[in-house]
Design a protein around this ligand. Structure first.
Ligand SMILES: [Ca+2]
Ligand SMILES: [Ca+2]
Length: 421
């Protein structure tokens, strides 16, 4: 099984000096010594501002406390999951195009024998970074939205919607195409979809692929690649660009919410405060976790920097980037992994010691990770979570149930719930 989100091994950029890279890595290892505060706040720092000394108001989180991975199902390349309002079931997308319903009776989980929906005819190649990649239910639970790559050249991204009248068997004849975005290369398709706290549908699209965004799509507001889109579903085919989108006055870019992302494989909304969190997979050096606070517009119109920056580092040190680029909350280098899998802020009940922590993973490293961020953007805690004898092999996606308890999918097959020991 090939990885859906591998970081393409790009040749080292010759224009980035070796000294700067080594310096950045050294800074990473001594992150707190490289914070804005220590550099006077004026310099553009390449690493995250980590200060784990306790501060008043810090969330009471204990990342050293172990978490048990309870296997509730074993599926064929589970790649994305979603819950549905008024429904205890968990809906899991398998990469080849089927959506499975996992239902619970007391503490036991059952996989419904037949898929709820079978899109294997619509989904094209199931290799590289392609396949059925994402799913979401509308807030009222009556609509299912899916994101997949189809069988056309290089697998166009397709967003389809289905009516949900019977959650155990969704009628494929209710399909309506919402959006189709041709792909110039097979990789970097994004693939995540979520309804936001505002009821709008957010769609993650990568830069289209190739290496180093060869056609400059992520910075081009006339191109949907390298963007997070925000749309509202209409009654039939297609969609509407909300009038309060940042570029709504321009028809060509009306659906763009934010720009400058490379491959935002997974994103989420903090169910408590509505912050938007994005894991943006890096190219050759830096994996990004971006937090766009709801109190600051949830990233409306923001430019997250790619491909002018990878992480906090300029890709062309001789260029002068615009001064309004929004840097990531946290970055990590190749010593910590190769492919960030964005997760969720834990707001459930069972894992009290993780309330308020952002849970995420690295596809290459396999570890379950967490970080705690203060409102000022500094990192109060970070580390790997001890999952005992059960290890994540190919963590690929996180999802929450209706109560905020968390599921993590392993592309190798297991679907795990996070449990207190
Ligand atoms: Ca692509
Ligand atoms: Ca960025």
């Amino acid at each position: 099984m090939e990885a859906p989100i591998t970081t393409v091994a790009t040749p080292a950029r010759t224009r980035r000096t070796r000294r700067s890279l080594v310096g950045a890595l050294a800074c990473m290892a001594l992150a707190s010594a490289c914070s804005d505060a220590d550099t006077g706040g004026a310099a553009h720092t390449k690493t995250s501002s980590v200060d784990t000394s306790p501060k008043p108001g810090d969330p009471v989180v204990d990342l050293r406390h172990p978490v048990r991975l309870e296997r509730i199902a074993t599926l064929d390349a589970p790649i994305a999951a979603a819950s549905r309002a008024g429904d205890d079931s968990l809906y899991v997308a398998e990469r080849a195009g089927t959506i499975r319903r996992l239902s619970r009776s007391d503490t036991t989980w059952h996989v419904q024998k037949d898929p709820v929906l079978d899109l294997t005819e619509q989904v094209g190649a199931v290799e590289g970074e392609q396949g059925l990649l994402g799913l979401a239910f509308s807030p009222d639970g009556h609509t299912l939205v899916v994101d997949y790559t189809d069988g056309s050249d290089d697998g166009a991204t397709v967003i389809d919607r289905f009516a949900v009248t019977e959650p155990t068997m969704i009628d494929p004849s209710t399909r309506r195409e919402v959006l189709r975005v041709p792909q110039p290369f097979s990789n970097h398709n994004g693939g995540d979809v979520h309804f936001g706290p505002d009821g709008a549908l957010f769609i993650a699209l990568g830069d289209g692929g190739g290496q180093g965004d060869p056609e400059g799509r992520a910075q081009n507001l006339d191109d949907r690649h390298g963007k997070i889109l925000r749309i509202r579903l209409g009654d039939g085919d297609g969609y509407e660009a909300p009038a309060d989108n940042p570029f709504a006055s321009d028809e060509r870019r009306g659906d763009i919410w934010l720009s400058g992302v490379r491959n935002p494989w997974r994103f989420s909304f903090d169910r408590e405060n509505g912050d938007l969190w994005i894991g943006d997979v890096g190219a050759s050096a830096w994996e990004e976790i971006n937090r766009l606070p709801a109190s600051e517009g949830r990233g409306r119109g923001a430019n997250l920097g790619w491909d002018l920056r990878e992480g906090r580092e300029a890709t062309d040190e001789s260029a002068t980037p615009p001064d309004d680029l929004v840097d990531p909350l946290y970055v990590y280098g190749r010593d910590q992994g190769s492919t960030v899998v964005g997760g969720v802020v834990y707001r459930g009940v069972e894992l009290q010691h993780l309330r308020g922590a952002y849970l995420y993973a690295d596809f290459g490293k396999g570890a379950l990770r967490a970080l705690v961020a203060r409102r000022d953007g500094t990192i109060a805690a970070l580390g790997d979570i001890d999952t005992g004898d059960t290890k994540l092999e190919q963590p690929v996606s996180f999802a929450e149930d209706n109560g905020g308890e968390v599921v993590v999918l392993d592309l190798a097959g297991p679907v795990y719930r996070l449990r207190a020991n």
